[in-house]
Design a binder for this molecule. Sequence first.
Ligand code: CA
Length: 403
Amino acid sequence: MVSCAIQVVDHYLGMNSGFSRGWQRWLIGCLLGCTSPLALGASAEAPALTGNYHQTQIAGYLDYPWAAVENPLGGWLITERSGVIIEYDHAGQRQEIPLQFEQLYVAGQGGLLDIELARDFTESRRVYLSYASGSAGENYLTFGTTVLDTKTPVVKDIFKVSTPKDTPVHYGGRLLQLPDDTWLMTSGDGFDYREQAQRKDSFLGKVLRFTTEGKSVADNPYAGGDSEAEQYIYTLGHRNPQGLIQDPKSRDIWLHEHGPDGGDEINLVQAGQNYGWPVVTLGRDYSGARISPFTQYEGMQGPMLNWTPSIAPSGMTIYHNDVFPELQNHLLVTSLKNKALYAVSLDQNRMSAVQIFATINERLRDVIVGRDGAIYVLTDGERARIMRFSPLRPKNVPEHSLR
Ligand SMILES: [Ca+2]
């Protein structure tokens, strides 16, 4: 199995597997982990929240997708890491939209990542994107925009995380537009640069906040500091955060991040807080070595939920809909490694995660609550798809009565 996994890595990265680099050992660890018989975590034993449901595929033949959004007029837009948007219109017609980038960097976990629609998307067809740009020797997480009104739209770089790194992993890359129109973007630690997650003069290992024009925001918590990064930092001490959402009811902002071997976290995001990485972690290095003796530290915020062993959390959303009443006020979190979807209750005193839709047995990349209240799950890999989950309704009850 080991040799097989290494071959996959070589093929995937298009390079020889030198074991000198930490991030390569890490990738191999992830690939081995996803076939581990121990992959199902303890939370899978909890009772199912959603007993009877209906599962259908609504999109297929997606090539390493990263994120999906629903068009308010009906239909879907899905990013593929090679730099393509796949669009399904309201009638299910599929269109491939290859984007033109200044310098898209597609390798490892790099490439086109997240997509958010402009608030006026139905008129403007404008989208905002995150992606890796640059080269193997120097690459950067980037925020940009384009208008999907031609066959090959040109993407304009707006804001580039200007701390260079030479690894093709740990970008973070999740976007969230706040009600005041500013943006949050998660920036990963680049794997080999984990100490920079604690440094306020580095853009790595942070949540960053900026305007739609890519300018820093005057009321950012460290905006009084000297470095350029401090003008943008919203929170620090993150490893590889790929989930970021705001609860539209409470306005709470939730983030999840990949731990090392164990120590995946859900964090409640508050401006100026330090979430500890790599000083504090409940995980270990892939070699089995301790990363830090600390599981808590003064001035650093502990996670609201910790997954050890790791599940490898990818996408996240929050459920406020009557279609699955039992999921009200739950975070929904997709897992790559455990091939599962989790519902995380937001009970004040004790957050807990339960696996839902037990027929899922694929690496998952993203989760979206549709306008119809159904739950849509984007799978991972080279022939990925979107599956729709809706309640199995009693006979003679028309579907619209569930909405
Ligand atoms: Ca942490």
